[in-house]
Design a protein around this ligand. Structure first.
Ligand SMILES: Nc1ncnc2c1ncn2[C@@H]1O[C@H](COP(=O)(O)OP(=O)(O)OP(=O)(O)O)[C@@H](O)[C@H]1O
Ligand SMILES: [Mg+2]
Length: 263
């Protein structure tokens, strides 16, 4: 569903994303982790065709990012990092806008909107103004909007930021349902490692624009050390470039060995 090779984005002289290559299989949940400014949102904005690629190449849902951007857009859903629903409209009206945006056939619109509202538990609030919604309700509405056209792949950029634990779990549960019901592929970024651990089949670690590790959560934890958590993976890999990462491993191993020798 995603295949990128040497994906690069420069802003002037600054390289925000540096020769990143990875692939995401159909039906998979793929996580991108990395420190603030590592380049996660920039990768997502290139994969959603919102930002032109400086160098490299990629396909999303089988379509070329550079040559077939319209086809790409037709097959993806996107939940941006900042809240994007219109507060001056009701939930139903926001969904109606998305239905128009995604060219959903007129006779299907009502049924699609009802289904989306029901699956996100928002039916009782359909005709209320979004400005009165909580953050969790807005997120659920945005996921409903991004799924209205049944995209093959959903991009979610820090979609659970600022949500209380109950709302966060509700959003994650709904993403789980979309994967089960429609086989939707998802690509997420998050700073919540336990969330990535539960949701993602594979993840990539970005550091200063470079992809420094890719693997399953289990593989990456094993790489860092026995009983390592994803927080440890983040601490060892996300703040360093490739050369320093080797150094950090060595230090982690040395300090562990010292700790076990000295009791
Ligand atoms: N339009 C732009 N112009 C100039 N620099 C940019 C632009 N967009 C992003 N950058 C820079 O590119 C780098 C990567 O930014 P990006 O938003 O992709 O990081 P991120 O990993 O999503 O961080 P966060 O966790 O804070 O969301 C940052 O240094 C940022 O300042
Ligand atoms: Mg970001």
């Amino acid at each position: 569903m995603v295949e990128v090779t040497d994906l690069t984005r420069r802003f002037g002289a600054f390289t925000a994303v540096d020769r990143v290559s990875f692939s995401v299989q159909r039906g998979e949940a793929f996580g991108l982790i990395g420190a603030n400014g590592a380049g996660k949102s920039t990768v997502i904005r290139m994969l959603t065709t919102l930002l032109p690629i400086t160098e490299g190449s990629g396909t999303v849902a089988g379509y070329d990012l550079v040559r077939q951007p319209e086809q790409v857009r037709r097959h993806i859903g996107y939940v941006p990092q900042l809240l994007s629903a219109d507060g001056a409209l009701t939930a139903w009206e926001n969904l109606l806008l998305s239905a128009r945006l995604y060219d959903i056939p007129r006779r299907q619109v009502r049924q699609r909107i009802e289904h989306a509202l029901k699956s996100m538990d928002l039916m009782p609030f359909a005709h209320q103004l979004v400005q009165g919604f909580s953050g969790g309700m807005i997120r659920r509405l945005e996921i409903a909007q991004s799924m209205l056209h049944r995209p093959a792949i959903l991009f979610m950029d820090e979609s659970t930021v600022g949500l209380d634990p109950v709302a966060r779990h509700a959003v994650l549960d709904h993403v789980g349902e979309l994967r089960r019901d429609f086989g939707t592929t998802v690509l997420v970024t998050s700073h919540y490692m336990e969330e990535i651990d539960v949701l993602c089949d594979h993840l990539g670690v970005l550091s200063h624009g470079k992809l420094v590790a890719v693997g399953t959560p289990v593989e990456l934890k094993a790489k860092v050390g026995p009983n390592a958590t994803l927080d440890d993976v983040f601490a060892v890999l996300a703040g360093t470039d490739e050369d320093n990462a080797t150094e950090t491993y060595r230090n982690v191993r040395l300090s562990r060995r010292a700790a076990s020798t000295h009791g």
